[in-house]
Design a protein around this ligand. Structure first.
Ligand code: ATP
Ligand code: MG
Length: 648
């Protein structure tokens, strides 16, 4: 692959302050290197030591048995994630510490202490048992971002039921598909949820879904909006009524380390959603430890991850990771721009948030709305920032660093996937220098490799290739629910014997990884391989551009022509002159080879409901296809695609 000189070759490097470094869990690169080496040389000793920080009902006989694709972690060990997230803390001074600080979109506040949460979870565990849920049964959770979502998840975990959380923004159809695939016995939903001042009709969607998904015997409904909802007597039950009549003690079920914990369907940026299965002991251990070290989490922190519980980030880093560490985790129900574009900064100010973890799509929106909004609020409690979900363009990184972090807070750019369960590549905030656009180094126990199409490590890692993981790690997915062949086919067939992530990456001379985006999105222009991320970052670096998505269109001469879909910042108007300027700009920053053949202005890009650009749809639009093929159930706004087709 040809080396592209561009914005991402920029050498800007940032260091954590001495003050931050001195208080951090991991304080130097040497310490990181020593532990990293140890984690690869002696994974059993390393992970055994980490797992010992948690409670086990029965000790494991072996930390790691077997290899990819079917490793087993903590064989013979028995534990329970909810026990570790709650009971462990209520036995200590943390009993009355805030576990969840919640804010609803209309503005209500709710604080649950560890003791409150512990009791609520046990009550709901008893509710589930009363409804006939047994260990191993599947429970679908379709809720807004309210504490009941975390309570329901932990209650399942407590009794060994397997939860499948479906994002509350999904349609009836998407919900039905997921219920059917998991064969869920119980569905937990709400009368509705608040979003941008409107109401999401969750119960109505659920009823619609259940016409098609027949496995569900009982529906538990949280009263959130107070709206009238259709009701099926015998099947439907109010959450608060069930909770009134059950005891508040329910022992945690000792689970074998390899017993199923949850199923989560991936967001579907690339195709039909896959039911990723995670198991108990390895997931718990890895998520506990990554939360602690990557976010440098301390008892004094007020930690806020803005993800929805419907995504893996919500599972690992809103609910399980922070609670396993006895931290205070903030949950917010609504949109970042409701009622005004400063809602996030208001929340940071109001609760004294110290750690903020959000997504590039949100950061690019904040940039578009302007720094006037964050500047209205005190953000001086913040000490660490995080990013996840897509590559973060250096321009957005710098804005986040200066405008939100005031040049004081390290940023962790965390690369990982639903399938990996926890963060895989990142800097550790007290130990590493930061390079905007580069995720960083592998976390402990993670062995990445960049392979070429012949399955060999690329000769020059700076030129990029397929990002693979060559050793088992504790929180890896164990299978695709109900489809073990797809598990092998999807992840272990392209490069035999190793886990293929589907992403392209480069590694620089310091061992820092830069994620280039999905390999399916990488362009091939006149024999040069160009990452979409690189051209998009060049475009976003132009003062008029808010967001950009780049795709290839088949071209008889060049192989692929570069088509860029661009949204503009407020105050800028589309024009042919601007198109020419943007083309010239990309050619200047990256090189003539990357000059877009076509620029298309649009008011919005098609995204998944988790906020990721769906380039596979744009590829079809760029090629002028009339019918969009492939799964679009996770598309946030269907009308965006229709408009784009018309604009063509
Ligand atoms: P599907 O696999 O169904 O298409 P998805 O890949 O969007 O959906 P997730 O598991 O939520 O579902 O996302 C993981 C992907 O997100 C990664 O493979 C990568 O492409 C991207 N990603 C996540 N974090 C980062 C990051 N920090 N830098 C670059 N890319 C990231
Ligand atoms: Mg994926």
């Amino acid at each position: 692959m040809d080396r592209i000189e561009g914005v991402l070759k920029e050498e800007r490097v940032f260091y954590p302050s001495e003050e931050f470094r001195k208080q951090a869990h991991i304080q130097s690169e040497e310490e990181y290197e020593r532990l990293y080496r140890e984690s690869l040389e002696d994974p059993e000793g390393f992970w055994g030591r980490v797992a010992s920080e948690l409670h086990w009902f029965a000790p494991w006989q072996k930390v790691l048995e077997g290899d990819l694709p079917h490793p087993k972690w903590f064989v013979g060990g028995k534990t329970n994630l909810a026990y570790n997230a709650l009971d462990r803390h209520v036995k200590t001074w943390r009993r009355n510490k805030a576990a969840i600080v919640w804010e609803g979109e209309p503005g209500e506040e709710r604080v649950l202490t560890y003791y409150d949460l512990w009791r609520e979870v046990q009550k709901f565990a008893n509710v589930l048992k009363r409804l006939g849920v047994r260990k191993g049964d599947r429970v679908t959770i379709y809720l807004p971002m309210i504490p009941e979502a975390a309570i329901a998840m932990l209650a399942c975990t407590r009794i060994g039921a397997v939860h499948s959380v479906v994002f509350g923004g999904f349609s009836a159809n998407a919900l039905a598909e997921r219920i059917k695939d998991a064969e869920a016995k119980v569905l937990i939903t709400a009368d509705g949820g608040f979003r941008r001042g409107g109401i999401v009709p969750l119960k109505q969607n659920a009823d619609e879904a259940l016409k098609d998904a027949k496995s569900v015997e009982h529906v538990v409904v949280v009263r959130r909006t107070g709206e009238e909802v259709p009701w099926t007597p015998g099947r439907d039950h109010w959450w608060h009524e069930l909770m009134d009549s059950v005891p508040d003690r329910c022992e945690a079920e000792p689970m074998e380390a390899e017993e199923p914990l949850f199923i989560l369907y991936t967001s579907g940026s690339t195709g039909k959603p896959k039911g990723v299965l995670h198991t108990t002991g390895g997931y718990m251990t890895y998520v506990y430890y990554t939360t602690k070290l990557v976010f440098d989490l301390k008892d004094e922190d007020v930690y806020w991850c803005t993800a929805d519980v419907g995504w893996i980030t919500g599972h690992s880093y809103v609910v399980y990771g922070p609670l396993l560490n006895g931290a205070t985790t903030v949950m917010y129900e609504g949109a970042p721009n409701w009622p005004e574009p400063d809602r996030f900064w208001q929340i940071v100010d109001k609760y004294g948030v110290t750690i903020l973890y959000t997504a590039p799509t949100a950061i690019r929106s904040f940039m578009k709305w302007g720094e006037g909004w964050p500047n209205r609020h005190r953000l001086d409690t913040l000490r660490l920032l995080g990013s996840v979900g897509e590559p973060i363009n250096p321009e957005a990184w710098l804005w986040y660093y200066h405008v939100i972090g005031k040049g004081r807070c390290p940023i962790v750019d965390t690369w990982w996937q639903t399938e990996t369960g926890g963060i895989m590549i990142t800097t550790l905030p007290g130990a590493h220098a930061m390079k905007p656009g580069h995720a960083g180094k592998p976390f402990f126990g993670v062995k990445p490799e960049i392979l070429d199409s012949e399955h060999r490590p690329v000769e020059n890692p700076e030129e990029g290739g397929h990002l693979c993981i060559t050793r088992p790690w504790p929180s890896m997915l164990r299978t695709v629910w109900g489809d073990p062949e797809r598990f092998i086919q999807q992840y272990f067939s392209q490069h035999p014997g190793v886990y293929f992530t589907g992403d392209g990456a480069r590694r620089d001379k310091d061992g820092y990884y830069l994620i280039q985006g999905r390999v399916d999105d990488v362009l091939n222009v006149a024999g040069h391989r160009l990452g979409t991320m690189e051209i998009e970052s060049a475009l976003v670096a132009h003062p008029a551009v808010a967001e950009a998505a780049v795709v290839g269109r088949p071209d008889p001469v060049k192989g692929e022509a570069i088509v860029a879909f661009v949204t503009l910042k407020e105050g800028h108007v589309p024009s042919d002159a601007l198109k020419d300027e943007l083309k010239a700009h990309v050619a200047k920053v990256i090189g003539p080879i990357a000059r877009p053949d076509e620029i298309r202005f649009t008011d919005a890009l098609p995204k998944t409901r988790s906020g990721k650009i769906m380039r596979r749809l744009l590829r079809q639009i760029a090629a002028g296809e009339k019918e969009i093929k492939g799964d679009t159930s996770t598309l946030e706004d269907r009308s965006v695609v229709e408009r784009l087709k018309e604009e063509a």
